[in-house]
Design a protein around this ligand. Structure first.
Ligand code: MRU
Length: 352
């Protein structure tokens, strides 16, 4: 199985997703800056995977600190350097809330250490916390898959966008987890994957991952969904999420909103699949979700060439789909339908 993040023998290995599908190259970041770089440049990407990688980044940072300050140094005296480690990781990408959620868990674990704890003890405790975050995400993906698979008919045609699969999480994925579980239940699933401009996570990662696991996948460009819906029966659109506001408005990869509008026009159910760690109940509505703006060159570069000089590019990495366009949110704790603040609170309240 493809594995985007591995923690073995106290070291981190990341599958470099920038090089897929042409090359399978692994990175072995040794310090917090290298982990931050891997997140910023999308070597590791997808909301849950970003959170997990950041948690391991904290452990690597703390290990360095233990090495330079002496293993017996008191952790409590290193609160300043610890905050810097967390800050370095926090500043990598602004939209996926799983990053901030995982870092907050790591910070709380650090602050809960007994006053006399050494840095060595702190490393051990935080390593256990990071491994637990990783393990929990694996279990969440499996639960999302189980809940979502029930929504698909025996023979299903599904559209997805970006990559919300194994490569984006610590387990079988969120949107793609639903597809893998449905296939495991003996359902026949055909997937249409948007290529996902501008960085082609759909073409490079989703098509690669689904084909690798024997799922029937057809690629289309982002603007083709309306044409598809108007001539082929489609049972569902299933996408992942980077941050879900209290009212259910959902930030996900740019292009998701257009796909949701197109699905509504054609009466195709539109599902978001996401773990509880992707909800941000401190944010009332999607309008307040910070959206990452990326470099113009991601748009103006055209293969080996480029758009005419002087042409500017609009390049938000995410958009927000209003809750009213979402048929249901498939979470690890169950299915939220209708997508309202009340129903979100009922299903996940107290867990986030
Ligand atoms: O920019 P990326 O590749 O990190 O964006 C990823 C997405 O938008 C995914 O759909 C989302 O993070 C959900 S991953 C389970």
């Amino acid at each position: 199985m493809l594995n985007p993040i591995r923690w073995t023998g106290g070291g981190l290995t990341l599958l470099d997703q920038r090089r897929l599908p042409a090359q399978t190259v692994y990175l072995k970041p040794k310090n917090v800056n290298q982990v931050a770089d891997a997140i910023r440049t999308l070597a590791v990407r997808g909301a849950p995977a970003i959170g997990i990688a950041a948690a391991y980044g904290v452990v690597l940072g703390l290990k360095r600190l233990a090495k330079s300050s002496g293993a017996r140094a008191a952790a409590v005296d290193q609160a300043g350097p610890f905050s810097e480690i967390v800050e370095t990781l926090r500043s990598t990408r602004p939209t996926a809330v799983n990053l901030f959620w995982a870092l907050e868990r790591m910070r709380r674990r650090f602050l809960a250490l007994p006053p006399a704890a050494s840095l060595t003890a702190a490393v051990r405790a935080l390593e256990a916390e990071a491994v637990e975050i990783h393990r929990e995400d694996q279990a969440s993906c499996a639960a999302i898959g189980r809940h979502g698979a029930e929504l698909l008919p025996q023979k299903a045609t599904v559209v997805t966008h970006c990559n919300a699969g194994i490569l984006a999480t610590g387990g079988i994925g969120t949107a793609l987890g639903v597809i893998y579980q449905a296939a495991d239940l003996g359902k026949t699933v055909r997937v249409f994957a948007d290529e996902t401009r501008p960085l082609l996570q759909g073409a490079r990662l989703t098509a690669f991952e689904l084909a690798h696991h024997g799922i029937d996948v057809t690629l289309m460009s982002d603007g083709m969904s309306a044409a598809l819906f108007s001539r082929t029966p489609v049972d569902a659109v299933i996408v992942g999420a980077d941050r879900i506001a209290r009212n259910g408005d959902t930030a996900n990869k740019i292009g998701t909103f257009s796909l949701a509008i197109s699905a509504r026009f054609h009466n195709v159910p539109f599902y978001v699949a996401a773990p509880v760690s992707t909800f941000d109940l401190s944010i009332a509505r999607g309008h307040d979700i910070p959206i990452e703006e990326r470099a113009e060159e991601e748009i103006t570069r055209i293969g080996a060439g480029r758009a005419p000089r002087g042409v500017r590019a609009f390049n938000p990495a995410f958009d927000v789909t209003p809750a009213r366009l979402i048929t249901a949110i498939i979470t690890d704790l169950g299915v939220i339908r209708p997508v309202t603040e009340q129903e979100i609170t009922r299903v996940i309240g107290g867990r986030r």
